[in-house]
Design a protein around this ligand. Structure first.
Ligand SMILES: NC(=O)c1ccc[n+]([C@@H]2O[C@H](COP(=O)([O-])OP(=O)(O)OC[C@H]3O[C@@H](n4cnc5c(N)ncnc54)[C@H](OP(=O)(O)O)[C@@H]3O)[C@@H](O)[C@H]2O)c1
Length: 307
């Protein structure tokens, strides 16, 4: 675990912690750790030092603490590599959520779990709701889908939130990849026939922290992403526009639209990843903002981090 203020391995927590945050060194995990810290919510953040694929380790860890929530941000997220490493992906994405769910159920705790739009095949042309039938088209998607159902079976009070195209200031992500490529190259190719919406980790973290700190009754599956729909190509164009406005890019690079067929990747991705987010707004009181507004917020947050 890297730099975690309340991490067990670095500092003993101030009060008896109520939240176990797994994957606390990852992109979403770090953002959430920062948000919980900011709100003064006691938590213990862990990464590989508490291997969530090991049932004995998880059970022992749970027995030593009194958590009321496990927020699971740990995952195997290398989507293309997963095609060659299905067992490794299944252990973290498919089996570990069940282990966490069983441990939570045994100890009277709940699980807040993050899943993905990749559980769908992307053949729809209307925003996916929580009652739509998943049909994953990649190993990563299948392992995440299997983790969702195993968790919900093991722990009926669990909350599963599917998100899409996650980006945040603490990880490798599409926005940073684009900014790097745009500053190095004269021309780049970006997929224009996959539609979806990004998920800004900053706002997602605020929503999760507010939810687990509140009354928090509902359970089940929810869809969350920023408002509006866009292709990767459209997203890249806006990243370039803001990159120039924020003085990060000093020149314009040509952005060429290509099809997913032309831009070969090991794993297949859904062509349509737009969610209906009505349920999470109504039942969990999550705030949803437009993707452009969130992207601007990201650039602001990035600017503050670099100071
Ligand atoms: N990134 C996206 O575009 C995207 C899109 C949709 C949904 N999601 C979902 O969003 C969630 C957060 O994603 P993210 O991008 O923040 O992930 P991330 O940056 O890859 O972080 C995942 C974390 O999990 C840790 N981890 C892996 N295996 C573990 C194990 N066996 N035990 C304990 N910790 C382990 C990793 O530690 P190490 O670094 O030490 O391996 C890493 O810190 C995941 O559930 C992901 O599936 C992501």
């Amino acid at each position: 675990m890297k730099e975690q203020k309340h991490s067990e391995s670095l500092f003993p927590p101030r009060k008896s912690p109520q939240i176990w945050l797994t994957g606390a060194g990852g992109m979403l995990g770090r953002q959430l750790a920062e948000e919980l810290d900011h709100r003064g919510v006691p938590f213990i953040g862990t990464d590989m030092e508490v291997d969530i694929t090991d049932e004995k380790i998880v059970m022992n860890f749970m027995a030593r603490h009194r958590f009321n929530w496990i927020i699971n941000c740990a995952a195997y997220t290398a989507v293309d590599k997963a095609e060659d490493e299905p067992d490794a992906a299944m252990a973290v994405n498919g089996a570990a959520p069940e282990i966490l769910g069983s441990a939570a159920a045994l100890r009277g705790a709940r699980v807040f779990h993050i899943s993905t739009d990749y559980v769908f095949n992307g053949k729809s042309d209307t925003p996916y709701t929580e009652v739509d039938i998943p049909d994953a088209v990649s190993v990563y998607g299948r392992t995440k889908l299997s983790g969702e159902s195993a968790l919900l079976k093991a722990c009926e009070t669990a909350v599963v939130v599917r998100i899409s195209w996650l980006y945040g200031v603490y990880g490798k992500n599409f926005v940073e990849t684009m900014l790097n490529l745009m500053s190095e190259k004269e021309e780049i190719a970006v997929v224009a026939d996959q539609l979806g919406a990004p998920t800004y980790a900053g706002l997602l973290a605020r929503n999760i922290a507010a939810f687990v700190g509140g009354e928090a009754l509902p359970a089940g599956i929810y869809h969350y992403q920023d408002k509006g729909r866009i292709s990767w190509y459209g997203f890249a164009r806006e990243i370039q526009r803001m990159g120039i406005a924020y003085g990060i890019l000093t020149k314009k690079c040509r952005i060429m639209p290509v099809t997913a067929e032309e831009f070969k990747t090991a794993a297949k991705r859904p062509a349509f990843s737009v969610f209906n987010t009505g349920k999470i707004q109504r039942e969990l009181n999550f705030s949803v903002k437009g993707w452009k507004e969130n992207l601007k917020q990201y650039f602001e947050e990035r600017k503050d981090l670099k100071k």
